[in-house]
Structures are given as structure tokens and as C-alpha cells.
Design a protein around this ligand. Structure first.
Ligand SMILES: [Fe+2]
Length: 459
């Protein structure tokens, strides 16, 4: 064929630069460029707020909102209110540089300008109430589309929990790295944000692993969810780990980002000073206390994190009358059905180390449930401590690491006796419904929304 024409619709994310399309022959390995498009630009490439996401802070009635633009936008503002945009709050700006990256590919071929991250706070919000807001630049007068955010309820709540999601382009065009399974998770959750109070994404967030633009793509995908309910996160190996960095595990899983790229985009409830090797924190939501463990930095007895965990559990246990449920979450699992024992970073040696140091604390302060990711499957134990099912005491451990990346089909045969249910065949996530006397968990199939496993605990 000598001539012809056709069409295909692409979905482009604003990466603060112009795009060019190239029409190629001869495959991707040795492409021959046949034609090049004109430059394609966005209406406000430098100042359009992108990747809008929110989180809880340590202040009651406050929501933090973070968004990205180029450094050209210098007057970040959030405008919000319940009936109109009656309140205005100025933000602050941060970013990171190539020099802060720990190694390849973040420091070389994965690098591009990450833009800047604006952070602003909405305060005085009433639990259960929905607010409208816009973010943007007060000097350039460029604003986001109107968003809504629900301040979580302070009694019965529903929290969505999953790990290891990643992203995939909305048009399904090929990309350097993509996690097709993530698409359904985001779609389902975008349709139920009005019914949920928060999301907790327990590590392996974007799988950018050194490619800066993949953070933009991920934040674009989750914005319908993360701009509408607080999107709380824990760090995973694919955000943190790198040799000669502060990570406990000296492997290359973060692609050279060594926690910096994650930390600047997801400040969470920590001292405002950037401190990428101390990413543990906790918060109360309704009738549950959530303790987020950072499994990528030292958690062993005597470490700063261990001391935080113990002090936090002491306080939470003393506050049972008001907040009856204590929930622990982190990336690498403490109980796991997996045959991987060979390396110290493999599932079982890590789980064994976690049990050695943390199981005694869970028993002493009666942690009710622990949620983990990393193994891309769904797994649920009995109430267990030191590998023994207990009638009284003991913690239910749940692995929910199958929100998008892939499926980890490697499990033990026979299954360890403390596992009650293991699923390695579906992508999914969980709904954790908490009331004063009962917690109920629904494990949801990503493909059709069907509940594949359900259990509850009562007090
Ligand atoms: Fe992981």
C-alpha cells in the first residue's frame, strides 16, 4: 500500500513537555521512522495541576492535598468549602534532584524533570461531610477541575486495603513498564469512593523504579480515587531498596530511587522534615488504630522503628475504650505461604525475622489484624502468634498484594496449618469495615466485583 489514512485515539498525560508521535516500520527493536507528527501540547503544560492526591495528617479535621506542576507555578493554593469555595489556603512546594538519586536507572536513563510538588491543607473539616475544592496557581490563575473530598466518618468506617498495584496507560498503549491488573482496581474504586473513608496502599505503589514519568502516569490513574478520599501509603521494596542507601535490604528493587521519589510525593503523617529512612507512622480512623510499619528500614529490637512500634502499641492499647481495634499494616509479610527461603531478602527469611522481633509485641498489646503485600496473592491466617493458632490473643494476618502487578502463584504445598484461605488466581483488593464491636473483611475480585472471601471478628 502506498497511501492511506486511519485514526487511533491516545490518552496523553501532561508531563510538562510537548509530545511528538513517530510512525515507524520494522518493529520496535530496529525501528525505521516513516513520519513524525507536529508537536502536541497541552493547554497549560507548565501550570495545570496534575496527580492530585490527598492524605490524613496528625491534625484532626485536616486533609493534606498534594499536586504536581512545573516549577513555573509559584503560588500554590487550595480553595475549598462545603457549599462553595469559601476558604483559601496557601501551599508550600518541594521537589527532588537527580543528585539525590542513589543509582541507575533513576540517576541516568530513567531521569527527567519530576516537576514540583505543592502541598496545601484543608482544615476544620467535619467527619462524614463532603467538601468541594480546587487546587492551582494563584498567580497564573490556572486551576484544577472541581474535586470533592470526604472527611472520613468518626464512627463506622470502610477502608480499602491493597498492595502492589502499579499502573497501566488508559489507552493500553505499550509502555516501558505497566501493570495491566491495576486498571480494574482503580475503576472499581473510582465508582465507590462515596462509600469509603480511606484507602491504604501498602507498598509497591507505582512501580516507577527509576522512571520518573511513571510516577506521573500512576498519579494520573489513581487521581479519581486519591483526590476524593485520603490515600494513605506504606513504603515498599520497589520504592526504597538500593545498595549503599538507608534501606535495610541492600538490593536494587527501587531502581535507584532509594525512597526519595516516594517520600516527596507521599508525605504522610511524619515530621515535616524530609526523612526518607523513617517512614513509619500511625493514625486513628473511626474505631480502629492503624499502625503503618516500614518494612524496608530496620524494625529489629532496639531500632528507632521498633521503639516507635512498641510505644505506639502501648498508647493504642491504653486507648481501647475509645478505639477498640488495633491494626498493623506494612509491605513485606510477617506470615506467608511461599516456598522462597534462599536469600535473606526472600519471603520466608524476612517473615521469620519479623515474627522474631514483632510477634511478642503483637501478643502483648493484642494486635487484632495485620495486613501485608509484596507476595502478589490473597492469604488469610487464623489468629496466630509464633506459628501457633490461638483461641485467645493472636493476630489475624492477611496478605493482599494482588492489586495489579502480577500474580505470585508460588505457595507452599502442603499449606502451613495456620493458613485458612489462599487465593493466587485473581487480582483483587479488600474492604475493611470497622464498627465498635465488629470488623468485617471482604476480599473482592477485581474482574467482576464479586466477593471471594469474607470474615469478621467481634469483641
Ligand atoms: Fe514488594
Amino acid at each position: 500500500m502506498k497511501t492511506g489514512n486511519g485514526g487511533y485515539t491516545f490518552n496523553l498525560v501532561n508531563l510538562r513537555e510537548e509530545y511528538v508521535f513517530a510512525f515507524i516500520r520494522n518493529g520496535l527493536k530496529q525501528p525505521i521512522v516513516v513520519a513524525i507528527s507536529q508537536n502536541i501540547t497541552f493547554r497549560y503544560p507548565l501550570t495545570e495541576p496534575t496527580g492530585i492526591h490527598t492524605s490524613l495528617t496528625s491534625t484532626q479535621g485536616q486533609i493534606r492535598v498534594v499536586w504536581t506542576t512545573s516549577a513555573f507555578a509559584t503560588k500554590p493554593v487550595v480553595s475549598y468549602g462545603s457549599s462553595g469555595l469559601e476558604y483559601v489556603s496557601e501551599g508550600t512546594t518541594s521537589t527532588y534532584t537527580r543528585d539525590e538519586m542513589c543509582g541507575t536507572r533513576a540517576s541516568d536513563y530513567g531521569w527527567r524533570d519530576p516537576g514540583v510538588f505543592h502541598t496545601a491543607y484543608m482544615t476544620g473539616l467535619i467527619p462524614g461531610q463532603t467538601y468541594m475544592y480546587i487546587v492551582g496557581d494563584a498567580k497564573e490563575k490556572v486551576w484544577s477541575s472541581p474535586k470533592t473530598i470526604k472527611m472520613p466518618r468518626n464512627k463506622d468506617t470502610t477502608v480499602i486495603i491493597y498492595g502492589d498495584m502499579g499502573h497501566a496507560p488508559a489507552d493500553m498503549s505499550l509502555q516501558v513498564d505497566m501493570q495491566i491488573g491495576s486498571t480494574n482496581t482503580t475503576k472499581i474504586l473510582a465508582n465507590e469512593v462515596k462509600d469509603i473513608d480511606a484507602v491504604i496502599h501498602i507498598g509497591d505503589i507505582s512501580y516507577a523504579r527509576g522512571y520518573v514519568h511513571l510516577w506521573d502516569e500512576f498519579l494520573y490513574q489513581v487521581e479519581p480515587v486519591a483526590s476524593a478520599v485520603p490515600y494513605m501509603t506504606a513504603i515498599g521494596n520497589h520504592e526504597a531498596d538500593y545498595p549503599m542507601s538507608t534501606s535495610y535490604w541492600q538490593v536494587q528493587d527501587s531502581g535507584g530511587e532509594c525512597g526519595i521519589s516516594y517520600d516527596r510525593r507521599f508525605p504522610m503523617i511524619r515530621p515535616e522534615v524530609q526523612f526518607p529512612d523513617r517512614l513509619w507512622y500511625s493514625f486513628d480512623l473511626g474505631y480502629a488504630h492503624y499502625l503503618i510499619i516500614d518494612t524496608e528500614h530496620n524494625f529489629t529490637t532496639g531500632s528507632p522503628q521498633f521503639q516507635f512500634i512498641e510505644q505506639d502499641l502501648i498508647r493504642a492499647n491504653q486507648n481501647r475504650k475509645n478505639v477498640p481495634w488495633i491494626i498493623v499494616l506494612g509491605h513485606r509479610p510477617q506470615y506467608i505461604s511461599s516456598p522462597k527461603w534462599a536469600l535473606i531478602t526472600d519471603d520466608q527469611p524476612v517473615a521469620k525475622l519479623m515474627r522474631l522481633h514483632l510477634d511478642p509485641l503483637y501478643l502483648k498489646y493484642r494486635v487484632d489484624v495485620a495486613f501485608w503485600g509484596h507476595h502478589h496473592s490473597y492469604q488469610k491466617t487464623c489468629k496466630v502468634n509464633q506459628n501457633v493458632c490461638l483461641e485467645d490473643g493472636g493476630t489475624v494476618h492477611v496478605v493482599i498484594g494482588n492489586a495489579g502487578h502480577s500474580l505470585s502463584t508460588f505457595v507452599e504445598d502442603p499449606m502451613p496449618k495456620y493458613f485458612e484461605f489462599v487465593d493466587v488466581e485473581h487480582f483483587g483488593f479488600g474492604r475493611f469495615k470497622v464498627s465498635q464491636s465488629t470488623v468485617t473483611w471482604e476480599y473482592v475480585n477485581d474482574a467482576d466485583g464479586e466477593i471471594l472471601h469474607e470474615w469478621s471478628l467481634t469483641k
